[in-house]
Design a protein around this ligand. Structure first.
Ligand code: DGL
Length: 255
């Protein structure tokens, strides 16, 4: 059983790719909807949340943890490995950087993400990168404005400097950005390759030989720290099937 956590909804893009890559694995998803968003919170606060979320998933018997959230991966990936040395912990940053380095032809790589992700320097520590914070993308995606003229305008504002810098590879360093792929592609053009961190982490996990039981039709479980009808609706829309959403209620459940 693979445990995935995110600040809220966005990590479902990662869950979906993992379900596709490992169809026999049961997924335990936790979205921290009561404390979302993480992308503008301090690294210390997000790291503390990441530890609590991991403990919750381990108590629910997850055998491996996927930090679906880019912000949490950026500020807590290493901390989690130190805190839980016996548990396989996957973060979304390293596989995406590896893929970007593999596909770039001119060595000019860009990355977009939340304020805290970009501010952490987690991507830039691997190689020189052109970076851009895109704080408005998350609320626009959650509002369903994937094709709204405002989203187009904001996307142009965020992406034009990267285009001018001549990047040929762009890492989508946030859970929500895969949903904006068509728009980002239309602005960046066909010569820029988009690296989707949900896809790259799923491929990495699929390559690991787990000693975990495969089941025919795994019944995935979905937990949130605050239940909202919107979460249920968007989640079902993204995943393409009905889900049963459970809220963690007691303090003991959370810590
Ligand atoms: N899940 C976050 C990330 O991937 C985006 C949403 C948030 O800011 O919490 O960085």
């Amino acid at each position: 059983m693979i445990g995935i956590f995110d600040s809220g909804l966005g990590g479902l893009t990662v869950a979906k790719e993992i379900m596709r890559a490992l169809p026999g694995q049961k997924i335990l998803y936790f979205g921290d909807t009561a404390r979302t968003p993480y992308g503008n919170k301090s690294p210390e606060v997000v790291a503390q949340y990441a530890i609590e979320n991991t403990k919750f998933l381990l108590r629910k018997k997850a055998k491996a943890i996927v930090v679906g959230c880019n912000t949490a991966s950026a500020v807590a990936g290493l901390k989690l490995r130190k805190e839980f040395p016996k548990v396989p912990i996957f973060e979304v940053i390293t596989p995406a950087v590896r893929e970007a380095l593999r596909v770039t032809r001119n060595g000019k790589i860009g990355v977009i993400g939340t304020r805290t992700t970009i501010g952490s320097g987690a991507y830039q520590k691997w190689c020189k990168m052109h970076t851009r914070e895109c704080p408005l993308f998350v609320p626009l995606v959650e509002a369903g404005h994937l094709n709204h003229p405002t989203t187009h305008e904001i996307a142009r504002h965020y992406l034009e400097p990267l285009k001018r810098a001549g990047i040929d590879t762009l890492i989508l360093g946030c859970t929500h950005y895969p949903l904006l792929k068509p728009l980002i592609k239309s602005i960046m053009g066909n010569t820029v390759q988009l690296v989707d961190s949900a896809e790259t982490v799923a491929r990495e996990i699929a390559n690991v030989k787990f000693k975990m039981q495969n089941v025919k039709l795994p019944k995935h479980e979905f937990y949130v720290s605050k239940k909202t009808p919107k979460f249920q609706e968007i989640a079902q829309n993204w995943l393409g099937h009905k889900i049963e959403l459970r809220e963690i209620r007691t303090k003991q459940d959370k810590d």
